[in-house]
Design a binder for this molecule. Structure first.
Ligand code: C5P
Length: 288
């Protein structure tokens, strides 16, 4: 049996560069793992086949779940279809929230099956499988602080940011990543992005200059789809964070504070909202 913590991610910075001929968008993003995590446990069972268990009600067929698809491909590729596998997911990361929850679970299953079945796949090989199932699963396999390019799968480590304390607010509606990207109309040149990325690469980012070095091109688009988003951003702004920004394609909004105490005060002020305390972490997956 293997048990893994699969950490959520936020995009400290996300710039769209261009639309590609394959329909994806070329981007340049700084991705960051955060302490909010799902717990995935994988066991061998006597009965062949894949069983998926979760604490959430999932209405879709298990076969349509990313985790199921990844596990079934691995079993097929390594001719282990007769091996029974039970995957239990304790979900804490909200779904369709811009926090890569599904991607983190998928990364955990690839990593976990590699261990459980003794497949001896290298990190590079696991990344190749990851990229078959989504753009940010490769990041989730690695985690920490990374520059992500291409469609999000080309990763370059950048120096880890400090241990920052923050929070996440999850507005009470999902936003489909595909819908957000489909609604991109024009992509403006980003002269400032080179400077911002250089600042991350050269360890110049700290809590006091973070606000100048975050950004998300998908925010105005998500806002067109869900104008209510603004209300949640404004609520967080009232708690005087050092930096605040939507993550990924939304709708989750993250904010960072000078210290844990100020973060805890802010959490108390944000009554009646779905909220999570977070801190930055240095890995995407952790065996437990
Ligand atoms: O790769 P992933 O499955 O997470 O992406 C979901 C959808 O978001 C894709 O189908 C694609 O339409 C869009 N997308 C994009 N450009 C990216 C990443 C995702 O257009 N870099």
């Amino acid at each position: 049996m293997v048990s893994i913590q699969a950490f959520a991610k936020i995009n400290l910075y996300l710039a769209l560069l261009r639309k590609r001929s394959d329909g994806y968008h070329e981007l340049c993003s700084i991705m960051q793992s955060i302490s909010l995590a799902d717990r995935i446990t994988i066991k061998k069972t006597k009965k062949p086949g894949i069983t998926l268990k979760t604490n959430l009600k999932i209405t879709a067929k298990p076969e349509d779940n990313l985790v199921y698809k990844a596990a079934s491909l691995i079993l097929k590729k390594f001719k282990k279809e007769n091996q029974g596998i039970e995957i239990s997911i304790l979900k804490k990361i909200p779904i369709a929230a811009g926090l890569a929850g599904g991607s983190a679970d998928c990364a955990a299953v690839l990593f976990g099956l590699n261990k459980l079945l003794g497949l001896k796949l290298s990190k590079k090989a696991l990344e190749r499988y990851a990229n078959l199932f989504g753009s940010d699963i490769s990041f989730c396999l690695n985690g920490g602080t990374m520059l992500a390019q291409g469609r999000g799968e080309k990763l370059t480590p950048v120096p880890a940011v400090g241990r920052w304390f923050g929070l996440i607010i999850k507005p009470p509606f999902p936003i489909s990543t595909a819908q957000v990207y489909k609604s991109v109309k024009i992509i403006l040149p980003k002269p400032q992005s080179r400077q911002i990325i250089t600042a991350y690469k050269t360890k110049k980012i700290n809590l006091n200059n973070l606000n100048k070095n975050i950004g998300n091109d998908l925010y105005p688009i998500a806002l067109q789809i869900k104008p209510n988003l603004k209300k949640y951003l404004e609520k967080i702004e009232k708690t005087n964070p050092l930096a605040v920004q939507m993550s990924g394609s939304g709708p989750s909004i993250f904010a960072f504070y000078q210290n844990k105490m100020l973060r805890n005060t802010a959490l108390k002020q944000l009554e009646g909202l779905e909220k999570f305390p977070i801190e930055t972490v240095k890995t995407g997956l952790k065996l437990i």
